[in-house]
Design a protein around this ligand. Structure first.
Ligand code: NAP
Length: 300
């Protein structure tokens, strides 16, 4: 397929933007934000997909306010839990590839070592529950789908930990950051690059029939770190983005930073299945962080 028609939901989000930029030039892109395709409306989803008839649907839209979801279960469930199933049904009807993103928060964090795809899910939060419901809905429909579970996503723009730390680092002399939750910080850019490589491979038949590849995969940057370790790395690697001095970063426990939603202590995902099936590996988290910090420095 020379120039596939690719519909991106959540086009204004971190991953949505990165996907639009990665696929630009080699696809006919239809970027949809909440105004042009509201994922909480099954009717809108069906009508839009019928009108556009895309070859690929990249579902980057989601309800991502993890703490707010605790008090907004119904809307989180509609967007994260039910919309993916509707997308999968329509994708199957028109023969489109559905790429969907899910989260490390489907696990409870209790494992010693990286989680593999077959490990038992046990979300601790409404957000995690809603994302798991979305995965289950897609798997129940079947068809040509790819579910990529990722973690700790950030980009040079958007709402994310890296930008928050840089802002607080400019404002304060010292910060308390949680040190007992570990995971793999992953850039939207790395996710977009991997998604492009895999989806173009799928469309060209490189990976065989859908029965060979339609499944759930973990997709994160390599390595792992705590939030506290990540904050320290940001400050060490980007002195030029601070206010002329390094803030000190004090490690604290999750119990000292209570939030409405409970988060897994160990979020690290194994990427072996992705590498084995598609030969695709994302950069290590430090290298990907440097790329984002460089892009931020170039804007200043
Ligand atoms: N961010 C993370 O740390 C993280 C970690 C693991 C997995 N993921 C998954 O990765 C995917 C991409 O996340 P992201 O980091 O790019 O999140 P994001 O920056 O919050 O983007 C999500 C986008 O979805 C849009 N959206 C929300 N409700 C919608 C609706 N009813 N209809 C249409 N669009 C709607 C949002 O629009 P508004 O701005 O208007 O709300 C936003 O543009 C999601 O599936 C997320 O669950 C993210």
């Amino acid at each position: 397929m020379s120039r596939p028609r690719v519909l991106v939901t959540g086009a204004d989000g971190q991953v949505g933007r990165a996907l639009l930029s990665e696929f630009a030039g080699s696809a006919e892109l239809i970027g949809c934000n909440r105004q042009t395709l509201d994922l909480s409306s099954p009717d809108q989803i069906r009508a839009r997909l019928l009108a556009v008839k895309p070859d690929v649907i990249l579902n980057a839209g989601a309800y991502t306010a993890v703490d707010r979801a605790e008090s907004e279960r119904e809307i989180a469930m509609a967007i994260n839990g039910r919309a993916p199933g509707v997308l999968a049904e329509e994708a199957r009807k028109i023969g489109a590839l559905l790429v969907h993103y899910s989260t490390d928060y489907v696990f409870d964090g209790s494992k010693n070592g990286p989680w593999v795809e077959e490990d038992r899910t046990n979300p601790l939060s409404v957000y995690g529950e809603s994302k798991l419901a979305g995965e289950d809905a897609i798997r129940a429909v079947g068809g040509p789908y790819l579910i990529f579970r990722t973690s700790w996503v950030y980009a040079p723009e958007g709402k994310n930990f890296v930008l928050t730390m840089l802002r607080l680092g400019r404002e304060r002399d010292s910060l308390n950051v949680v040190d007992d939750q570990i995971g793999a910080p992953t850039t939207a850019g790395e996710l977009a690059r991997a998604t492009y490589a895999i989806s173009t491979g799928v469309l060209s038949g490189k990976f065989g029939p859908e029965t060979d590849w339609a499944a759930t995969y973990h997709m994160t940057c390599g390595g792992s770190v705590s939030w506290c370790g990540l904050a320290r790395s940001i400050f060490e690697r980007a002195p030029g983005l601070l206010a002329g001095r390094q803030p000190s970063v004090n490690p604290i426990k999750t119990s000292e930073y209570p939030t409405p939603a409970k988060r897994p202590l160990n979020s690290t995902l194994s990427n072996e299945k992705l590498q084995h099936k598609f030969g695709v590996k994302l950069a290590d988290w430090q290298q990907a962080l440097d790329e984002v910090l460089k892009s931020l420095a170039n804007r200043n």
